[in-house]
Design a protein around this ligand. Structure first.
Ligand code: 6PG
Length: 468
């Protein structure tokens, strides 16, 4: 019999190729399938000397896998996933496992799991984060679905994942589509943090004229402190990169219109559906949409003029921006983790938030030193409804809020948009208000629509004829 492989990968783009090479670095043999012969060949060339094979023939691919087969898909979300599954079904045996490692919409994962389990095929949706470098050298992996099937793939996933102090950044998360859901919220948080960093950049560059070199130094320094994170680290690096076509820094030559593939928007949409407030993430999605309106923005600046400089010395403002970022980062994670808590109840995922924080400490795009603080917060209180209620985090937020207020006030006065910072602050201020003015909203609803209200001093449902 020809060689039999431990693991199969479908989709040999850069993510799939790197993931499979990572698998073969850890003592497992693997075969990759792609319709593009050049990609199958590229896998064999890059994997020369390793127990790896590339093919374009699905029959050969399926026949070459040890049973029960372990097949991972890294193909574009949506139709392509269904097409691969349907084309494999006649060739598979009961007990085989298909893993979807792409950014699939969680409801699609539920549908596929039901469809495949009726045929005796295990199916898991797993989130994989860390980009192409992570796929090659250690991603964070978020598996959800069939717990029994996870045991089949656990040794491979633990071997290839990122490690923090030897602890693998992968763990079984929960039932159904929980893996894809957790990855979706990861990406929502990713959008929020990226928007917050871009606002810090705007305040310091437009507000007080910091150069790219100064920004590089500042962000590098922050990355050595409590803001230590992948996104702050790469931002520091970005400010130092020269353009090859002009004598400018590359960042200054990039068009200010951000694209999106949809996972951040899904996070906001589903949060709205479940009634969970995630305003920083909402704002990050909104700003990507606003960025697309470039010609209108140019026309509006001609009418209203540009933002004004901030009347503050750069060193003082930079210290406040550090506090603002620290505070807003925590507020963003708090929103995302609260969404996971509520969604877990709604969808019966059975998520453990300490586990989520633990596997996000390394490998993924939102990895950050503060994830260890979040892990501890959930370890201390597994039922913590919101990170803002953790005593240790609260004491550092109490101090940092002064910086966030200073930055938001200065930016608002100057006309520099800081929507994600403002939303983070508003979320905090509303969350810590024992009484909000929404009593008035209830009165208005009852006035014009007889929608009734509850009272603060007695139970029951009340209606008033307000116009009388
Ligand atoms: C990751 C990233 C990855 C991808 C984003 C980009 O965790 O490795 O989140 O999944 O880079 O989906 O998303 P946008 O194209 O929507 O910015």
């Amino acid at each position: 019999m020809s060689q039999q492989f431990d693991f199969g990968m479908v989709g040999l783009g850069v993510m799939g190729r790197n993931f499979i090479l990572n698998v073969t670095d850890h003592g497992f043999s693997a075969i990759g399938l792609d319709t593009d012969l050049a990609k199958a060949n590229a896998l064999e060339e890059e994997g020369a000397g390793k127990p790896v094979k590339g093919t374009t023939a699905k029959e050969e691919f399926i026949a070459a896998l040890k049973k029960p087969r372990k097949i991972m898909l890294l193909v574009p979300a949506g139709g392509p996933v269904d097409a691969v599954i349907d084309s494999f079904l006649p060739l598979l045996d009961k007990g085989d496992l298909i893993i979807d490692g792409g950014n699939s919409f969680f409801a699609d994962t539920n549908r596929r799991e039901t469809y495949l389990s009726a045929k005796g095929i295990h199916f898991m949706g797993i989130g994989v984060s860390g980009g192409s470098h992570g796929a090659r050298f250690g991603p964070s992996i978020m598996p959800g679905g069939d717990a029994e099937a996870y045991e089949m793939i656990k040794p491979i996933l633990e071997a290839v994942s990122a490690k923090v102090n030897g602890d693998p950044c992968v763990a079984y998360l929960g039932a159904g589509s929980s893996g894809n859901y957790v990855k979706m919220v990861h990406n929502g948080i990713e959008y929020g943090l990226m928007q917050l960093i871009s606002e810090a950049y705007d305040v310091l560059k437009r507000g007080v004229g910091l150069s790219n070199d100064a920004l590089h130094e500042l962000f590098s320094g922050w990355n050595a402190g409590r803001l230590q994170s992948f996104l702050v680290e790469i931002t520091a690096h970005i400010f130092s990169v020269n353009d090859t076509l002009t004598d400018q820094k590359l960042v200054d030559m990039i068009l200010d219109q951000a694209k999106q593939k949809g996972t951040g928007k899904w996070t906001s949409q589903n949060a709205m559906d479940l009634g969970i407030p995630v305003p920083t993430i909402d704002m990050a999605v909104t700003l990507r949409e606003l960025s697309a309106l470039k010609p209108e923005r140019v026309a509006a600046e001609k009418i209203y003029g540009p933002a004004q400089a901030i009347n503050e010395d750069a060193v003082t403002l930079a210290a406040a921006v550090e506090q603002a970022l620290y505070f807003s980062f925590i507020a963003t994670y708090a929103q995302g983790m609260a969404q996971l808590t509520d969604a877990s109840n709604e969808y019966k995922y059975g998520l453990n938030l300490e586990t989520v924080a633990r596997i996000w400490r390394g490998g993924c795009i939102i990895r950050a030193a503060m994830l260890e603080n979040f892990r501890q917060a959930y370890q201390n209180n597994p039922a913590l409804p919101n990170l803002l209620l953790d005593a240790d985090l609260a004491s550092s937020l109490q101090v940092a809020q002064a910086g966030l207020r200073k930055v938001v006030a200065a930016a608002v006065s100057s006309g520099i948009p800081v929507p994600a910072m403002s939303a983070s602050l508003a979320y905090f201020d509303a969350y810590r208000s024992a009484r909000l003015p929404l009593n008035l909203v209830q009165a208005q609803r009852d006035f014009f629509g007889s929608h009734t209200y509850e009272r603060t001093d007695r139970t029951g449902i009340f209606h008033t004829d307000w116009a009388e």
